[in-house]
Design a protein around this ligand. Structure first.
Ligand SMILES: NC(=O)c1ccc[n+]([C@@H]2O[C@H](COP(=O)([O-])OP(=O)(O)OC[C@H]3O[C@@H](n4cnc5c(N)ncnc54)[C@H](OP(=O)(O)O)[C@@H]3O)[C@@H](O)[C@H]2O)c1
Length: 327
């Protein structure tokens, strides 16, 4: 797969693999052996950028807890020197909300825990998972600076960063990437693009398929198991399929024209837009890992991207999941 640079020299595959879904948010967690096998398959296919987090946990069918970082660490141990592992700390799930805590001691304890679960000596990219309103960005950046000096992490980033926060944090310790939501249904962070260019910060796009909705693989009456967050996401409510008919037709038509799939168009649209955008779609299925990696080869031109953007600008669509509230 083609490569991209995030920030000042973090070399990653153009499409990364979001590993959350093996353990968290999409129903019963995946059997550990199967998840390890899939992540190794992804590495064989050319994915070199793997995303996880301290808080990505869930229950397996046999009642054991799935710790996503452990799975990612075990899967990638044989190729550790050839891949980039990104993880995150500073939030805990509390029911339907996220409890944020970026105090230095908490971040330090989280990094130690992540290093252990990943079975690695250093984390390539460590994100503050959410902004903590009680800790100034300068203090978080200072902690990250120390962690870099101590050799615990190589680069750092911020998830769901805002312009002001990013500027203040970056002034203290160079930020390699933000990791924010981004898809054809969630474009509100596009206003950050000029700032990312000015500061030379990469954009890792999470939920790039709008949690799978843009793949056009679902329809009215699609059901999801207990514990699958899609049950409650606005884009998956029956009325939303009507509201999003034009959106799905747009993606489907472009897919037909380019001999690609809707998922590939959704990913190609963002990687062709800016050279510093790296989507991290998640999937538990081998054929979809192959399909998503194939987005890197889709021949989408600048004009195609512009035409898609113009259509999206004018289009009415349903709401899309925007994440759990932070507190
Ligand atoms: N920083 C943050 O706060 C944050 C928040 C959310 C996510 N993330 C990261 O971003 C990654 C991706 O986000 P996400 O999982 O929320 O959303 P996503 O990548 O937009 O969608 C994933 C869903 O789409 C399905 N899917 C993937 N490729 C497909 C294809 N080609 N055809 C049909 N269905 C397909 C997957 O199902 P199958 O498994 O059945 O294929 C899965 O249910 C996560 O793994 C995580 O690492 C970060």
């Amino acid at each position: 797969m083609k490569k991209r640079i995030l920030g000042n020299g973090l070399n990653v595959s153009e499409i990364g693999l979001g590993c959350m879904g093996f353990s968290h948010a999409y129903g019963t967690a995946c059997d550990k052996g199967e998840a390890v096998r899939m992540i190794r398959k992804a590495a064989d296919m050319g994915y070199t950028f793997f995303d996880t987090a301290e808080c990505y946990t869930g229950l397996c069918a046999d009642g054991t807890v799935s710790y996503n970082e452990e799975i990612v660490g075990e899967a990638l141990a044989p190729v550790r020197n050839h891949v980039v592992i990104a993880t995150k700390g500073g939030v805990r799930h509390e029911g339907d909300s996220l409890a944020v805590d970026s105090r230095p001691a908490t971040l330090r304890a989280s990094v130690e825990g992540s290093l252990k679960r990943l079975g690695t000596e250093v984390i390539d990219l460590y994100y503050q998972h959410r902004i903590d309103p009680n800790v100034e960005p300068e203090e978080v950046a200072g902690t990250m600076q120390e962690l870099i000096r101590e050799g615990k992490i190589l680069h750092w980033g911020i998830s769901e960063a805002t312009e002001e926060y990013l500027r203040r944090a970056d002034a203290v310790c160079k930020v390699a990437a933000v990791q924010n939501r981004y898809s054809m249904m969630a474009r509100w962070h596009e206003s950050l693009f000029p700032v990312l260019e000015e500061l030379n910060v990469g954009y890792v796009a999470f939920s790039p398929l709008a949690n799978g909705f843009l793949t056009d693989a679902f329809g009215k009456g699609s059901t999801f198991e207990e514990g699958d967050f899609r049950r409650f996401m606005p884009q998956y409510q029956d009325a939303s399929y009507d509201a999003n008919e034009k959106l799905l037709a747009l993606v489907r038509d472009m897919a037909g024209e380019k001999q690609a799939t809707p998922a590939q168009i959704s990913l190609a649209w963002m990687i062709r837009k800016k050279p510093y955008i790296v989507p991290i779609p998640g999937s538990r299925k081998e054929h979809r890992l192959i399909e998503n990696a194939g987005a890197s080869e889709v021949d989408l031109t600048e004009m195609d991207v512009r035409a898609l953007d113009e259509a999206l600008d004018r289009m009415e669509m349903s709401g899309v999941f925007g994440g759990h509230a932070a507190k």
